[in-house]
Design a protein around this ligand. Sequence first.
Ligand code: AMP
Ligand code: MN
Ligand code: MN
Length: 316
Amino acid sequence: MDLLKELQGCRRILLTGHIRPDGDCIGSVMGLYMYLKKAMKDAVIIPMIEKPAPEFGCIRDIDMIQSDFKSDITEFDAFIGLDSSSSDRYGEALKYFDSAKKRIIIDHHVSNDGFGDVCCIDPEASSTCELLLGLMDEKLLDKDIAVAIYIGIIHDTGVLRFSNVKPETLNACAKLISYGFDYPRIIDETYYEKTRIQNEMLGRALVESIMFMDGKCIVSKIDQDTMDFYGATPHDLEGIVNQLKNTKGVEVAIFMYELAPQSYKVSLRSSGNVDVSKIAKFYNGGGHVRAAGFSMNGTFHDVVNNLSDSIAMQLN
Ligand code: AMP
Ligand code: MN
Ligand code: MN
């Protein structure tokens, strides 16, 4: 995809990503925002996602994000959707999708079947940010754009640790850090540092976790009343599933939290042979081979029972 060519003549551009935005979503939206501001000086560019968590304050212009953007513009010349495998995860921005003159999809989810007018989807890319970097003209890159893109790669690879890291990923990071920013500080501030509440939630989830299938699976949950007691938000629960997955012998980790009574957001992580994107897609979610998610109605036990069957089919 020649991104700037695709955008030629576009004057009003909406950039968005998925609900409950993670580092890759925020990094790709902000990296592309800063890039297009330089490349297309006359265009109006609106970055529209939910308000990012405070640790992303190190990204320049992060305050330009318009979470509740409302305007008379009913038709955008281009709608660019980043890091989301389906339009139903665009949240508030979805209302501008159908009327946009051109819908451009940039994503790396294996579950993305290409629902735009122009699509750049590469499940081999570690992150949308890595993919996006490949679409950018190097002459327009700068330190601020590099920081945003770097954050996306770092977050989606668990700090360059997961199996989605390829030589291209490390080459991309080498190029990015050559812009000279304080990357150890950025990794600590945006990825490792946890608030007291976040650590308390992690502790609860680990202590209350249950192992099953001969120790190959682990599951834990946080209910709404626990979240209310600690004053925790869904953002405070990010990363718990990865820590569960770190348990020795575990091939599949499941973490879920209550969205509403009898309704759970489920996160899956795997190693070995289990493809969790297939399981998530079956339950109308999506993701990657080793990291995927979905929402499901029912009790905790209903969810675990359903998942046990799906996992058992792949484990055996
Ligand atoms: P999470 O478990 O929420 O950290 O998500 C793991 C991966 O699966 C991420 O790449 C998400 O974008 C994707 N994912 C999570 N939930 C859903 C969903 N309901 N639909 C599609 N993809 C999802
Ligand atoms: Mn994401
Ligand atoms: Mn991603």
